[in-house]
Design a protein around this ligand. Sequence first.
Ligand SMILES: NC(=O)c1ccc[n+]([C@@H]2O[C@H](COP(=O)([O-])OP(=O)(O)OC[C@H]3O[C@@H](n4cnc5c(N)ncnc54)[C@H](OP(=O)(O)O)[C@@H]3O)[C@@H](O)[C@H]2O)c1
Length: 268
Amino acid sequence: MTTRHATHTDDTDAAPPDPERRLAVVTGASRGLGRALAGALGRAGWDLVLDARTEGDLLATVDEVRRSGSTGTVRAVVGDVTDADHRRWLAETAAEIGPVALLVNNASTLGPSPLPRLVDLAPGELAELLEVNTVAPLAMFQALAPHLAPDATVVNVTSDASVGAWEGWGGYGLSKAALDHLSAVLAVEHPDLAVHAIDPGDLRTAMHQAAYPGEDISDRPLPEAVVDDLVALVEARPPSGRHRLADWAATHEPSPGEAPTDGREVAA
Ligand SMILES: NC(=O)c1ccc[n+]([C@@H]2O[C@H](COP(=O)([O-])OP(=O)(O)OC[C@H]3O[C@@H](n4cnc5c(N)ncnc54)[C@H](OP(=O)(O)O)[C@@H]3O)[C@@H](O)[C@H]2O)c1
């Protein structure tokens, strides 16, 4: 495996350090949900440390965050979440900025496409699914644990495939089921933290397209449609748990002045 350890800093015109600012680490920020979430957190005033393996796409995310009006620190650390050196590098980068108030374990793999039945899922393919989707999020938590704020939030991005049994979804689904359980145990072991497994729902991304090769997925929402709800959930700090983002958003009334992004009414 090729590992790159480049760090790119884009905070030259950032505001001076402010103890009120909050730092988020988001993995898998080069495209899809991670990229959209980085933009939403930047707009909401968070400092960011972002990772992914594809340098050009990750730097495009950094540019996008800056263009969206973020005045804070945005750093990109290129690498693979399964690589211990990369995780250490990410943790050191975060520690230079401040305590980590939010860790989002978003980076994930679907595994082979088209999705194979379990009988056809090679043991090596299952091992890779578990390595990326389950082992790496725990290892990332472990690497960042010394740098977490005492009341930090951890979001492990899960999927409805962790609770549903559908043909072809077994390998990915069991890696996310294990992630759900890992999240629940972490919540018990760290009662001062908020530890969430969050299912963002079906989204129009490269991963979703790989799950439905050749199919038209244009009816699925873009990740940009849900990320403000994800930021709102994090900032509302509900008790640790597994949340379907759409269910949470349906019961969350945006405060007056808070612009809904999906056509929902603003509470009077
Ligand atoms: N899309 C959906 O319908 C859907 C539904 C439910 C849950 N989810 C979950 O939502 C999250 C985001 O999914 P998405 O649809 O946005 O996927 P995506 O478009 O495939 O993006 C995945 C991101 O993770 C990064 N990544 C993958 N493997 C990595 C590794 N080993 N190390 C570092 N970064 C890695 C990718 O960047 P590089 O390739 O550059 O590394 C990319 O930025 C995932 O946890 C997924 O399971 C998605």
